[in-house]
Ligand binder design. Structure first.
Ligand SMILES: [Ca+2]
Length: 344
């Protein structure tokens, strides 16, 4: 009897505590690639803050930040962010001959932050890389990274134009992989989440679609994995408060996202969180949102996005109730105002 008791006691000790997952079943971090037009609208910078916080929490591996906005400033600003948040080795991919967007915003906040100096005239923010001319093209980086990952494992969060994605689909087999781009994506990518389109008003031609309509058509109509999009009307209902930018960052007198926010438009303003909503879905799934049934999405020549419900379809879009929008905003403010591990 005593022996039986000892055996039972040992068995109980081996059980995980209430609510605790056995180590063997702990979820592996999600492999994520960020695709961004960093520098055009400050919501991309807010979205990247979320990704660094997911890195801190061990929820993701950030395989790369791929840029679909031309120029050195977006790459240099991405390097500043990687450095400040403590992830200087996250690869950065660049684009050449991307969509013309240099004059779309009154201020390229990436450039503004890159050029900031301290009182002694030195760069305000540290960098990890001395120059950006030798950064890989995003398309090449995609091929290398995808080829090295397990099948059906990678989530791409695309919160800018689709130019890199369309170029990736069009790549031929090469030394990196015997698969062409479309085959490689079909094999390795689990899900593409975009911030694109407008589902509640066909007269609204959303910016990320309009800047490269042929690419957006192919992404919505031919991209060979499921696609979920956070359309214009979602982010516009969830506006990051200027009061938070002005009042919640005393712990970081020089914060590269806060400086970007202040540089982008005259303060105070509450910017829609279009891109953070796409990142939220990419990492955490549908629990924060109302997710449409399965269907198809077509893109008109003018840039409208039209959804047709279809059980065989692989496209969905997000919506939010007012309550969901409030909960998401509260979550964003809590995460974005939290101190990253690198600054503690
Ligand atoms: Ca964007």
């Amino acid at each position: 009897m005593k022996k039986l008791f000892v055996i039972l006691a040992a068995a109980v000790l081996l059980l995980p505590a209430c609510g605790e997952k056995p180590a063997a079943e702990a979820e592996a971090p999600l492999a994520v690639i960020m695709e961004t037009d960093l520098g055009n609208d400050v919501d991309d910078a807010l979205a990247l803050d979320l990704l660094y916080k997911y890195l801190d929490a061990g929820k993701i591996r950030l395989l790369a930040i791929n840029l679909n906005k031309n120029g050195d400033a977006p790459a240099e600003y991405a390097d500043i962010l990687n450095t400040w948040y403590g992830y200087p080795d996250v690869p950065i991919g660049i684009i050449r001959d991307g969509a013309d967007c240099e004059t779309d915003a009154a201020v390229n906040y990436a450039k503004a932050v890159v050029e900031m100096k301290d009182a002694e005239g030195n760069p305000l923010f540290a960098r990890s890389h001395p120059g950006y001319a030798d950064y890989p093209e995003a398309v090449t980086l995609y091929r290398k990274l995808l080829a090295a990952e397990p099948d059906a494992s990678v989530v791409i969060a695309s919160v800018g134009f689709s130019t890199n994605l369309i170029r990736l689909l069009e790549t031929p087999a090469d030394d990196i992989s015997p698969l062409n781009g479309k085959e490689l994506v079909a094999k390795k990518v689990k899900l593409l989440v975009t911030m694109a389109g407008c589902m509640d008003n066909p007269k609204t031609h959303e910016y990320n679609v309009v800047k490269d309509i042929p690419a957006a058509k192919v992404i919505f109509e031919e991209w060979p994995t499921p696609v979920v999009t956070s359309p214009f009307e979602v982010g516009v209902q969830i506006r990051y408060p200027a009061t938070s930018i002005e009042g919640d960052f005393d712990w970081a007198p020089q914060h590269p996202v806060v400086e970007a926010y202040k540089a982008y438009l005259p303060m105070p303003y509450n910017r829609p969180t279009w891109d953070p909503t796409a990142v939220l879905y990419a990492v955490e799934g549908g629990e924060w949102f109302t997710v449409s049934p399965a269907g198809k999405i077509t893109v008109t020549d003018e840039g409208s996005t039209l959804f047709t419900e279809d059980p065989e379809g692989t496209r969905r879009y997000l919506a939010v109730t007012p309550e969901q929008g409030e909960a998401i905003l509260k979550h964003f403010v809590e995460v974005i105002t939290s101190c990253p591990a690198s600054r503690k």
